[in-house]
Design a protein around this ligand. Structure first.
Ligand SMILES: Cc1cc2nc3c(=O)[nH]c(=O)nc-3n(C[C@H](O)[C@H](O)[C@H](O)COP(=O)(O)OP(=O)(O)OC[C@H]3O[C@@H](n4cnc5c(N)ncnc54)[C@H](O)[C@@H]3O)c2cc1C
Length: 398
């Protein structure tokens, strides 16, 4: 049995090419993306300069990512870290979203063929609409309703902070078909963009960080979708559900969460590299003992990044081999550890550089704002620690 966590040379070289490109071509637009709350207007031309395919959603045929021996989840985590090294504005313009992962987790074979397979094959953007004004972490509180009317399900309710929801091909919307059933009544519906009754009252939220990401408020006002759009059910009402709405949502998040940690690690690595570069030019101003302390601190941060990377790779490896269920704490541990650690690292880098670190001349203050959300969305750090704790100790109540 191999105990190595090394990735293949092919994937490592590919990621290094993407990382170097992201640094050279994407980072120069980081401040502009933050200030304008949007990716650079010429993002497509910037992506055109990439020496390797990136898996672009606007050029699915010409730009597919290669297959790597590691499997798609490990390779996506590694490539996501490389892409984000330039800045956080890069990953969303490539497409993505996690609506299709919900279809994969909950859909019937026909639904998977219709809504998951094309996105998996050629890319695309989809939204995942769970959070509402009244809740985020406690998914049993879904208040959006779905009511059967003839040959349709009619959705009513508001979803907030939906990444890609305004622009995606479709949104997977969680709604209750029967409030008296609590979490068991939650189902998930595919709502294609342009469906009458589906509108976007707020195109994008004003945010502390990741300001270039489009996160929207979505309104479903008597929005009718065909019966076959209820995931896990056939049009004649026969349940094929492998998972309920709530656990389907959680399954999709389990698959994607570690990728959020990859983004956090990219920002922390970027901050660490900038800090090393700045400090190297100031070495002569340090007393030897103080310099030794600084070096020691930088080295410890490097080790912390490596620990985060191993947690992410292990969690994604389990998904790739279809065994994520054997260690449900793996994704939770990756998400609980990396974003929080990376936030501390960037804060520490700012501290080491003093006013220079806090100034807008460098990007550290921006990455510090960007990284915080990675400890909140797709399940906050506290919730991940609860999941990991329950795996160790079992559920005490509920
Ligand atoms: C930029 C951005 C993008 C987002 N994208 C999406 C998206 O695409 N789709 C979507 O559906 N949602 C999205 N969200 C919403 C996000 O997933 C929620 O904000 C998140 O799940 C937390 O929910 P909440 O904000 O309601 O916080 P709450 O659940 O109210 O929690 C508030 C705080 O209390 C803590 N807490 C809650 N319960 C417990 C507990 N039992 N024990 C200890 N601490 C607890 C939480 O960790 C958190 O720190 C996005 C949010 C942001 C900011």
């Amino acid at each position: 049995m191999s105990l190595s966590f090394e990735i293949s040379k092919e994937l490592a070289d590919y990621a290094e090419t993407v990382r170097a490109w992201s640094l050279a071509e994407c980072r120069p637009y980081a401040r502009e993306a933050d200030e304008k709350h949007a990716p650079p207007a010429n993002w497509a031309q910037i992506l055109d300069t990439s020496p390797v395919p990136l898996g672009r959603v606007d050029k699915p045929q010409e730009d597919p990512l290669p297959d790597f021996a590691e499997g798609q989840y490990v390779s996506k985590a590694v490539i996501t870290e490389a892409l984000t090294y330039g800045d956080v504005w890069v990953p969303p313009v490539l497409g993505g979203g996690i609506g299709e992962l919900v279809v994969e987790a909950m859909g019937t074979p026909e639904q998977i063929a219709r809504w998951y397979d094309p996105i998996a094959a050629t890319g695309g953007t989809t939204g995942f609409a769970l959070t509402e004004p009244g809740f985020g972490s406690d998914t049993s509180l879904v208040a959006t309703t779905a009511t059967r009317e003839g040959d349709t399900w009619v959705l009513n309710g508001t979803k907030i902070f939906c990444t890609g929801g305004a622009t995606g091909e479709y949104v997977t919307v969680f709604a209750t078909v029967d409030k008296s059933q609590g979490a068991k009544g939650i189902n998930c519906f595919v709502v294609p963009r342009g469906t009458p009754g589906f509108t976007v009252p707020k195109a994008t939220e004003s945010k502390l960080g990741i300001r270039s990401w489009v996160t929207s408020e979505l309104l479903f006002d008597n929005c009718a979708v065909p019966l076959e759009n209820r995931l896990g059910w056939t049009a004649d009402g026969a349940a094929e559900a492998r998972r309920s709405g709530r656990s389907g949502a959680l399954a999709a998040l389990v698959h994607n969460r570690p990728r959020m940690s990859s983004m956090a690690m990219a920002l922390a690595r970027a901050a660490l590299d900038v800090t090393k570069e700045q400090l190297a030019g100031q070495k002569t101003g340090f007393a030897p003992q103080r310099w030794a302390l600084v070096e020691n601190e930088l080295e410890n941060m490097g080790h912390a990044l490596e620990r985060g990377r191993r947690l992410v790779l292990r969690a994604q490896y389990l998904v790739d081999i279809g065994k994520e269920g054997t260690d449900v704490a793996a994704a939770a541990a990756a998400k609980a550890y990396a974003p929080q650690t990376c936030e501390r690292m960037i804060r520490r880098c700012i501290q080491l550089l003093g006013p220079e670190g806090w100034s807008r001349e460098l990007l550290l203050e921006k990455w510090y704002r960007d990284v915080k959300i990675m400890d909140i969305f797709e399940g906050s750090g506290q919730i991940q620690r609860i999941i990991a704790g329950r795996t160790l100790m079992g559920r005490l109540v509920g």
